[in-house]
Design a protein around this ligand. Sequence first.
Ligand SMILES: [Zn+2]
Length: 231
Amino acid sequence: MNRLAALGPIVRQARPPWLLIVGVLMTGLLALGLVRLGAWLSNDLRQATPGSRDPRTRLAPAGTDATPGIPAKRADETAVEELRARDLLVPVDGVTRDRLTGSFDQARGERRHEALDIMAPRGTPVHAVEAGTIAKLFWSKSGGHTIYQFDPSGRYAYYYAHLDRYADGLSEQAAISRGTLLGYVGSTGNADASAPHLHFAVFKLGPEKQWWVGEPIDPYAIFNIGSGPPH
Ligand SMILES: [Zn+2]
């Protein structure tokens, strides 16, 4: 008792300043923690958008076969209208417009797909959607054997990827016609080997006409003319 009584005044004397400092520090840390937790939670909610969790994504071929070098942007409606008027050929042999399914906005890993996947057996011929020039024959890790074609005006590029192989004699800078045989459907690059398909993209070229840079246009929107009167 004597010992406690002796300690008593010392404890009472030390308590007010230390408790105050510790209390202020703890309150500060707690407030900071709550702010950070709040920021983390809202960020998590923002990432869980319907687009990135779209169940259709799971049905799509495996792999992140997003079109390389093309920044994410909304498709240009004027460009869609212009390209619709050209009556582009569906590039995969035997596939009609009504069999196409849009997948432009689907997530492929960290990015948007920004292309149209046309499923077909390996070896199915792939034809040019319209006349133009072969800008580049390019091997890429994600796209495998790919072709970049410029349209006749040199303002748009068509991109064909995952090809099994190129058509014999196809070369860069060659002038081609609508329907020219370009290659064959495959699964080169990061496509699922059990689901061969043509990854087809369209993009509006920049002023420098670089084959790897452009604004993506939804090919499905171009092909999907809708149920209006035939033209
Ligand atoms: Zn694709």
